[in-house]
Design a binder for this molecule. Sequence first.
Ligand code: FAD
Ligand code: NAD
Ligand code: ISD
Length: 444
Amino acid sequence: MGRAFGYVILGGGVAAGYAALEFVRHLDGGGASPGELCIISDEAVAPYERPALSKGYLLPRGAARLPGFHTCAGANDELLTEQWYKDHGIELVLGTRVVSADVRRKTLLTITGETISYKTLIVATGARALKLDEFGVHGSGAANMCYLRSLEDADKMVGVMRSCHGGNAVVIGGGYIGMECAAALVANEIKVTMVFPGKHCMDRFFTPKIAEFYENYYAAKGVTFIKGARVTSFEALSDGKVAAAILRDGRRLPADMVVVGIGARANTALFDGQLAMEKGGIRVNGRMQTSDAAVYAVGDVAAFPVALLGGDVRRFEHVDCARRTARRAVAAILEPADGAAEVGKNDSDYLPFFYSRVFALSWQFYGDNVGEPVHFGDFSPPGAGGRPKFGACWVSDGLVAGVFLEGGSQEENEAVASAVRCGARIGDLAAELESRGLALPGQE
Ligand code: FAD
Ligand code: NAD
Ligand code: ISD
């Protein structure tokens, strides 16, 4: 049994949705013809904006729900519901896992035993949440233990939170998932203890000074931090739940629920030994083309040369990257004359961009956190209803490599983005920030 398509997108997440819209745009708004484009996803729903799962989806009131956050809502673009794919002649194969890929034969084998062949493949398989079991700590299957990658995970977490009102949650990991879920748990009136091995939260990215601000802010909301610590086991109950997390030093943390966010791994296994790999992902060129000319890779799974970073090959696990690399791949496939060697060459807007929103806070980061960080603004805790505004510039050879800004207005965020994009001298950015009331120390 089998079907054949001109283009197949493997994976049905953020990048898949943005790639589909770009295809349709290239068809001048018309539909794909039968057998032209297919998306295969093991999720049960059409592509959606994954960031909503750790933010709006977890709110106790007025929570975001599908279809409201299908792609491409996150970029304030069209809302691609399942009907949209039908209307545009795109075959959406949902709830179907691809279990093997044969790049030489240009075929994919699904879990249902169907062989789907392609002329051009876009790999958009994203990443998976690392499990505690991979570190020898068992209990991930417990009824009150939550990971957060998919809508299914988010539904489980919402159900568990509802049954834990007023109770205790242990959050394992102090990265993006840990910080965003801790804020959501507090909003759901659950007491939170965060446990992670690092010296401070977001330790691969935040400076100690930035982390201190967020940790103090969270502490004021009742969150307890246990830093430099690891959970080594769980105390299990007979009903399939865990009752407590046990730390390496023997401490016992009572837990009505546990949330785990200990990192992600790109889903590359289908292509191991078939495509060139780098930085934990599939190596692509500036057209998002892999070592096999008929296969492209986008989003979390793609490691690509970034023009703005001197052509350095990088892999990002961030939504803006998924959106842009998806559009880039489709443009490159449908406009083969476009031969840019690095992502960003033909896309003057491209630069690494990360963000998060927790409680009433909102930060953005542009560029690369290399060089020396120079902090600016007011790091003191905001008074009731007050909005903090502070940040850090990473300076390398006198040039601005990256800027973090908490509480920036749209205009301010655009100003720092443009300073990073054009490789401004630190003095020029200092003058720009100064004109906005944000003095940079030692730069007068
Ligand atoms: P994904 O969106 O993960 O999609 C991959 C798809 O492929 C999934 O549908 C998956 O089920 C499917 N798939 C994988 N393997 C197979 C297979 N073998 N067969 C069939 N289907 C398969 N980034 C930000 O910049 N800001 C944020 O605020 C933010 N918040 C986030 C919140 C959460 C809870 C999570 C998990 C991530 C968040 N991210 C955020 C990261 C961002 O969502 C990802 O970078 C983005 O989703 C990557 O898009 P993608 O299409 O590459 O992968
Ligand atoms: P992360 O890499 O941001 O953080 C992992 C955390 O787990 C770190 O604090 C690390 O010290 C800790 N850790 C690592 N190994 C551990 C172990 N064995 N035991 C205990 N702690 C351990 O990863 P994440 O927070 O799990 O996020 C997963 C993915 O989701 C990433 O791709 C991330 O980019 C994405 N995400 C992004 C956003 C955003 O951009 N705003 C929000 C949510 C999720
Ligand atoms: O980019 C995002 C983000 O952070 C969300 O919460 O998209 C979602 C929503 O804005 C989509 O509605």
